[in-house]
Design a protein around this ligand. Structure first.
Ligand code: ATP
Ligand code: MG
Ligand code: FE
Length: 342
């Protein structure tokens, strides 16, 4: 079974081809990605209307590129999958519209996929995929959740952020420090030259006893520190970046360990853009090694949005009998959509 996957929920256009043959983990044949980051940088964030228009320009050329790379033709594709939500409505409509048009033109069924399920299952694209069950830490630009995952489509929410997402905390703090958009990777790079103990920043809900997160207070604390530093900020920027990164990483690691303890599970998966963070990986690996817990990550370049994770999630759902692709080409999208309801 050959699955074409299309991702267009935000500011990345992604297309991929995944093959499921037999009971094993489906295999990625090729994927193509176009990031709109440069286009949105001038505005300090994603401009939804520009995002939709750029997806329109990119999605078919990327599809042709992926097919050419694999030597497959559109006629060989068995199912066309697309991101149905959550995300920007206009951006989602482009991917859904193109997927349904391709499906209708080739008389192939289509399947709408949950974007976060794509992130969640993206570690299955790596050479050493995890096995169920596991605790998942989903840390992206819009979400921060801990989940118990017992299989495809069997997701139990253990805790989540009550305000900002971890990626948002990175991006907003980076913006305050003048590091551009999206600031997560830039803040993390600068942090390497700084002293993480230089500033005392809050670790909200660290001892709350539950598995929820709160990051909104962190950006306020960073802003307060930056103001206090005044003219000294430039010289202390790396220290402030390092302290910010350390605060976010510590909360994510401690809550992950609490989730492992609460579930008794011995395997972890980290997914979403913040899963690329160097410090988070270092600290989580060290803590989990002490507990005999294996941690699985997506490959670095597949942590942020891509088509491969969408094709993979569709292929795994279909293989597992958890979803049926349909020849109903009247599509809708779900800009807001809770993963636990899938
Ligand atoms: P969602 O998936 O919740 O809809 P999204 O698709 O925008 O949101 P992702 O693409 O998974 O989110 O991740 C983007 C986020 O990851 C951004 O907030 C970005 O700053 C952050 N990020 C990426 N790399 C790093 C890194 N090395 N360190 C910290 N944050 C990072
Ligand atoms: Mg993005
Ligand atoms: Fe995402």
């Amino acid at each position: 079974m050959l699955v074409l996957g299309i991702e267009s929920s935000c500011d990345e256009t992604g297309v991929a081809l995944v093959e499921a043959a037999g009971p094993g983990v489906p295999r990625l044949l090729a994927h193509g990605l176009h990031s709109q980051i440069q286009m949105h940088q001038a505005y300090g964030g994603v401009v939804p209307e520009l995002a939709s228009r750029d997806h329109i320009r990119r999605v078919l050329p990327l599809t042709e590129q992926v097919l050419a790379e694999t030597g497959r033709s559109l006629a060989e594709v068995d199912v066309v999958a697309y991101t149905r939500g959550p995300g920007l409505a206009g951006a989602l409509l482009v991917g859904a519209g193109v997927a349904c048009a391709l499906g209708a033109a080739t008389a192939r069924p289509v399947l709408g996929v949950h974007h976060l399920e794509g992130h969640l299952l993206s570690p299955f694209l790596s050479a050493d995929p995890p096995q169920f069950p596991f605790v998942a830490l989903l840390v992206s630009g819009g979400h921060t959740q801990l989940m118990r995952v017992d299989g495809v489509g069997r997701y139990e929410l253990l805790g989540e952020t009550i305000d900002d997402a971890a990626g948002e905390a990175f991006d907003k703090s980076a913006k305050l420090l003048g590091l551009g958009y999206p600031g997560g990777p830039a803040l993390s790079r600068l942090a390497q030259q700084g002293d993480a103990a230089a500033f005392k920043l809050p670790r909200p809900l660290l001892h709350s006893g539950d598995l929820d997160f709160s990051f909104a207070g962190l950006k306020t604390a960073v802003l307060t520190q930056a103001k206090k530093l005044g003219g000294e900020l430039e010289a202390r920027k790396a220290d402030l970046a390092a302290s910010t990164e350390a605060a976010i990483a510590e909360v994510l690691v401690k809550k992950s360990l609490a989730a492992l303890k609460a579930t008794g599970l011995k395997r972890m998966v980290v997914a979403g853009g913040v899963g690329a963070n160097r410090l988070l990986r270092e600290q989580l690996n060290a803590a989990c090694a002490r507990l005999g817990v294996r941690v699985h990550y997506p490959e670095l370049h597949l942590c942020t949005d891509n088509g491969a994770m969408i094709a993979m999630a569709a292929a795994m759902r279909l293989q597992d009998g958890q979803a049926v692709a349909t020849r109903t080409y009247a599509f809708d999208v779900k800009p807001r959509w809770d993963l636990a309801t899938v």
